[in-house]
Design a protein around this ligand. Structure first.
Ligand code: ADP
Length: 485
C-alpha cells in the first residue's frame, strides 16, 4: 500500500461537506502523486462548482448555531482538535511527506506548528473584547462589539499543507465563523486528515468543509461569486491572489492575502559569521526552498564576502538530496516536475546574464530533486533576483554600504519577510525601520510561530495571520449608539 499509516482511517480521499464524506458518485477523481517516486498515492474526489456551492450552503447553515456558542465553548472544541492533531503527529507527518515531499523531521515540525494555531486560537476565542467609547453627549452611550464575519472561504497552497489551513481555520472558528477550504490539488490528503480529526473532536457538521479539486478556477469562482461567503482568505502566488482580489470585488468580500515574497537576507561585515551561515542555510534550504519566507537573495557586504561564501558553500555541499522519508535526507524533492523546470530556467537565465555557479546548478540524480545551488555574480536585474525562486537556489549579491543594502533589499514589489545579521545595535534599529517588509528577523531566521503576526506589505499581501491580531481579520466591528439615557 503506497500510504501506510498507523491509523489507516486518517487516509481520507473524499470531499468533506456537512460532516459527510462525499464520494465521486458519477463525478471524477484525481490522482495525488508522491513527488519522491512519481507514483500515485491516492485518488481523491474532484469537486467542481456544484460541490463547492453545497459546501458553502452547509457552512452557512452551520453558522447560525456556531456563532452563538460562547467563545469558551468554541475554544474547548478547538482545544480538543489541537490535542488530536498532536496525538496523531506521526501519521500526519508521514502523510505530509508522502504527498508533499518535505523531509520527515520538517513535516513533524509543521504538524506541531499547525496544531499550535488551533491551540492559540482556542485560547483567543475567549478574548474577543468590545469597547465602550466615552460619550460626547450626556444622554448617549457608545459601544463597539465584535461579531464573526460569517462564512469564510480559504484557498491554500501545497508548501505547508497543514499549517496554512489551521492558521486560517483556527482564527475563523474561534471568531465564530464557519469555513469552506479548498486545499491545493497537490496536497489534499493532509487537509482531509485534519477534517477527520476535527470531526472526532466534536466540531459540528458544516463548520468545516473541504472541497478538493483540480479545477481551481471553477471552485474559486463559486467561492468569490457566492454572496453567502463573506470573506476570502488566500495563501499562494501573487498572480492568483490578484485575480481573486478582483473576483471578490463583485460581492465586496473582505479579503486576506498572503502572497509571494522576495526575502533578502543581509549579512553585514560585523555579523557573527557562524550564526549568519547557519541562519542563511536554514532560511534558504528549508522545505527545499519552497516557502514564501525563504531567503530569495543573499546580500553580503564586501568585507565578509569571501569568508561567508567559503563557509556557506561548505555547508550547502553537505546537504543530501533524497526521499523525505529517508532519515539521511536534508533536501527533499520539489513538488513536481514543473517546479524543477521553473527553478532550472531561472538558473539558466541567470547564468546567461553572467551569473556563476558555485555549486549545484542542475536537477539532482534522485527523482524530483534539484541540487542545492549557490550562484554568485548575480545582479538585481536578473529574473532570479526579481522572482520568487521556490527552490534550493541561493543567489548571492555583494554590496558595499548599509545604504546600498537597504536599497537592494527594498528594490522589489514584494515585502513579506526579511533578515539581517549584524552586531551593531544602532544599525539594528536603523535597518529594521528602513526596510519595507512585514517581518524582520535580526540575527535570526526562524521567525515564525503562532504568537507573531505573519504577513506582508506591498504586493506580498493584505492582513496578518496568527497572534492576537490574527483574529481581527475574521471579525466585524459593530458600533451601537444608545440614546435617551
Ligand atoms: P502555487 O504556485 O503555490 O501552487 P497557486 O497560487 O497556483 O500557488 O496555488 C495556491 C492555491 O490557489 C491552490 O489551492 C490552487 O489550486 C489555487 N488556485 C490556483 N489558481 C486558482 C484560481 N484561478 N482560482 C482559485 N484558486 C486558484
Amino acid at each position: 500500500m503506497p500510504c501506510q499509516l498507523k491509523e489507516q482511517s486518517l487516509l481520507q480521499t473524499r470531499a468533506w461537506i456537512n460532516s459527510n464524506w462525499i464520494g465521486p458518485g458519477s463525478g471524477q477523481e484525481f490522482s495525488v502523486i508522491n513527488p519522491a517516486t512519481g507514483k500515485e498515492l491516492a485518488q481523491v474526489t474532484d469537486c467542481g462548482r456544484q460541490e463547492t456551492h453545497e459546501a458553502v450552503v452547509s457552512a452557512h447553515n452551520a453558522l447560525q448555531k456556531w456563532k452563538v456558542l460562547t467563545g469558551k465553548e468554541r475554544g474547548s472544541l478547538l482545544r480538543h482538535w489541537y490535542e488530536l492533531i498532536m496525538a496523531h503527529q506521526d501519521d500526519l507527518a508521514r502523510l505530509m511527506t508522502l504527498e508533499q515531499g518535505k523531509v520527515l523531521a520538517e513535516a513533524r515540525g509543521e504538524i506541531a506548528y499547525a496544531a499550535s494555531f488551533i491551540e492559540w486560537f482556542s485560547e483567543e476565542a475567549k478574548r474577543i473584547y468590545g469597547d465602550i467609547i466615552p460619550q460626547t453627549r450626556p444622554d448617549h452611550r457608545s459601544l463597539v462589539i465584535k461579531q464573526p464575519i460569517g462564512v469564510v472561504a480559504a484557498i491554500t497552497p501545497w508548501n505547508f499543507p497543514a499549517a496554512m489551513i489551521t492558521r486560517k481555520a483556527g482564527a475563523a472558528l474561534a471568531a465564530g465563523c464557519t469555513i469552506v477550504i479548498k486545499p491545493s490539488e497537490e496536497t489534499p490528503l493532509s487537509a482531509l486528515a485534519l477534517a477527520e480529526l476535527s470531526h472526532r473532536a466534536g466540531i459540528p457538521a458544516g463548520v468545516i468543509n473541504i472541497v478538493p479539486g483540480l479545477d481551481a478556477q471553477a471552485i474559486g469562482q463559486e467561492l468569490c461569486d457566492n454572496p453567502l461567503v463573506k470573506k476570502l482568505t488566500f495563501t499562494g502566488s501573487t498572480a492568483v491572489g490578484k485575480h481573486l482580489l478582483k473576483q471578490s470585488a463583485a460581492t465586496v468580500k473582505k479579503v486576506s492575502l498572503e502572497l509571494g515574497g522576495n526575502a533578502p537576507i543581509i549579512i553585514f561585515d560585523d555579523a557573527d559569521l557562524d550564526k549568519a551561515v547557519a541562519g542563511a542555510l536554514a532560511c534558504k534550504y528549508r522545505n527545499s526552498g519552497q516557502t514564501c519566507i525563504c531567503a530569495n537573495r543573499i546580500l553580503v557586504q564586501s568585507g565578509i564576502y569571501p569568508a561567508f561564501l567559503q563557509r556557506f558553500r561548505a555547508a550547502v555541499e553537505k546537504l543530501e538530496t533524497g526521499d523525505g522519508l529517508d532519515m539521511k535526507t536534508t533536501s527533499g524533492p520539489l513538488i513536481n516536475q514543473k517546479a524543477i523546470s521553473k527553478v532550472h530556467s531561472l538558473v539558466e537565465d541567470a547564468v546567461q546574464q553572467g551569473a556563476s555557479i558555485v555549486t549545484g546548478g542542475n536537477e539532482a540524480s534522485f527523482h524530483g530533486c534539484y541540487q542545492p545551488t549557490i550562484l554568485t555574480d548575480v545582479n538585481s536585474s536578473m529574473r532570479i533576483a526579481r522572482e520568487e525562486i521556490f527552490g534550493p537556489v541561493a543567489p548571492v549579491i555583494q554590496f558595499d554600504s548599509e545604504e546600498d543594502a537597504i536599497n537592494l533589499a527594498n528594490n522589489t514589489e514584494f515585502g513579506l519577510a526579511s533578515y539581517f545579521y549584524t552586531s551593531d545595535l544602532a544599525r539594528t534599529w536603523r535597518v529594521s525601520e528602513a526596510i519595507e517588509y512585514g517581518m524582520v528577523g535580526v540575527n535570526e531566521t526562524a521567525i515564525t510561530s503562532e504568537v507573531i503576526p505573519f504577513g506582508g506589505v506591498k504586493e506580498s499581501g493584505i492582513g496578518r495571520e496568527g497572534s492576537k491580531y490574527g483574529i481581527d481579520d475574521y471579525l466585524e466591528l459593530k458600533y451601537i449608539c444608545m440614546g435617551d439615557i
